[in-house]
Ligand binder design. Structure first.
Ligand SMILES: Cc1ncc(COP(=O)(O)O)c(C=O)c1O
Ligand SMILES: [Zn+2]
Length: 399
């Protein structure tokens, strides 16, 4: 049996029994999985991880899947944490690290969330999974559904890079292109598929609308603690769309404290968005609890083209509790940062990853970081899905 004790609403705190199919709480907020961490405290330490497989299931004690046979694994997780020595020297930040998530199946960190969500869907007897996606989540959903022998449907904006669209089709998903943003995709998906909880229904696995993608994403925090040998970094910079990764990591730090792996100190959490779509940055600056929808979202970082996030209050809470911040950077500065990263470290990343370096430069210039800190940049996805955007940038730089 897994160590799950129950699920709990992130907003009103209502409890839900484990082992059933859920989307949101009655109050419309995301559900979070809670574990019997007190029981694990003496039997699950960082040392116990040595020798386990190099994927996210090495943290199986704090993952929700009960039966080993339901685990759908394509090798996700345990991505490299690279010490960026040359870039760190250039920036005056000797303890700079890059978490390179492009090593995941389908080339992005979205694989982590979908691996756990699809495994749980299998355990709960679901067979048809659907989600709106900015691109990378759709590819991951398609891959894990195929591996599980399930059906997948992905609703993507018309502007989604070709590679994302092709990968979903090749992996056997139904692909529907929708005018507008990911929010419009969600609306069209609900109209078309009328998602439900029965074995013949399409089940909605939208960001934070089911409880398990966040469990997969939280493993990014377990990994940085393991890879830094128990040291808690001073700052984490994360490109934020729907915010599952940030919310998941914030949850994981609390879990690791309860497990006795870390103390009370937390990294300062920094969200990065594009100036063309920055609802969290705007809300953070206004000290708001929720983020208003961003009108006409535009950015080449398709994963950041999320005008409204259902977990906005959880993102904002983590940023302020951690004494972090939210930073908007231009698309041009993301592209420049991609090139800098590539040419100083040999690491080619998606524009969303470039955004974290552009934000880091701003935080250093504004004195929010001084140079003594241990900083982790999340390079969330592979550059190779964004060839149109890079080609355009190269052409513009020639003019
Ligand atoms: C490469 C990449 N980075 C970042 C994000 C944003 O992630 P999240 O929704 O967890 O905030 C996405 C989402 O699609 C993405 O594809
Ligand atoms: Zn609730």
């Amino acid at each position: 049996m897994p160590n799950v004790s129950h699920l709990e609403c992130g907003r009103c705190g209502k409890h839900f029994a484990a082992g059933k199919v859920y989307n949101l709480c009655d109050c419309g907020s995301p559900l979070l999985v809670r574990y019997h961490l007190e029981r694990l405290r003496d039997g699950f330490s960082l040392r116990d991880l040595a020798g386990r497989a190099a994927n996210l299931w090495r943290y199986r004690e704090v993952l929700p899947v009960g039966e080993e046979a339901n685990v759908v694994c394509l090798g996700e997780g345990f991505t490299p944490l690279l010490h960026a020595k040359r870039l760190g020297e250039k920036l005056g930040l000797p303890k700079l690290y890059l978490k390179d998530e492009s090593f995941n199946p389908t080339g992005s960190f979205k694989a982590r969330g979908m691996a756990v969500a699809v495994s749980m869907a299998k355990e709960l007897g679901l067979k048809k999974l659907a989600a709106p996606s900015a691109g990378n989540a759709g590819g991951a959903l398609a891959a894990y559904s195929a591996a599980a022998g399930m059906n997948a449907a992905v609703f993507m904006p018309e502007t989604t890079p070709l590679a994302n669209r092709l990968e979903c089709s090749l992996l056997g998903a139904l692909v529907e292109l929708v005018p507008g943003s990911i929010k419009d995709c969600g609306r069209v998906m609900r109209e078309r598929l009328n998602p439900g909880h029965g074995p013949d229904d399409w089940f909605d696995v939208s960001t934070l609308k089911e409880p398990y993608r966040i469990e997969g994403k939280k493993t990014m925090a377990y990994e940085i603690i393991e890879q830094l040998n128990g040291i808690v970094p001073d700052a984490v910079i994360y490109p934020t769309g729907g915010g599952t990764g940030l919310i998941g990591m914030w949850k994981a730090f609390d879990e690791m404290q309860e497990l006795g792996w870390i103390g009370v100190r937390r990294p300062r959490m920094f969200s990065v968005q594009s100036t063309g779509c920055a609802p969290i940055v705007r809300a953070f600056a206004a000290h708001a609890e929720r983020a208003d929808e961003w009108e006409d979202p535009q950015t080449i970082a398709s994963g950041l083209r999320v005008p409204a996030a259902i977990g906005d209050f959880l993102i904002l809470r983590a940023l302020s509790k951690s004494r972090g911040a939210a930073v908007a950077v231009t698309d041009q500065s993301m592209l420049n940062a991609v090139r800098d990263l590539a040419q100083t470290e040999g690491v080619l990343t998606a524009p969303e990853g470039g955004a974290t370096l552009a934000a880091l430069e701003r935080l250093l210039a504004d004195g929010l970081l001084s140079g003594y800190e241990t900083v982790v940049l999340f390079l969330t996805g592979s550059a190779y899905k964004y060839v149109e955007a890079f080609e355009m940038a190269v052409e513009q730089s020639r003019r």
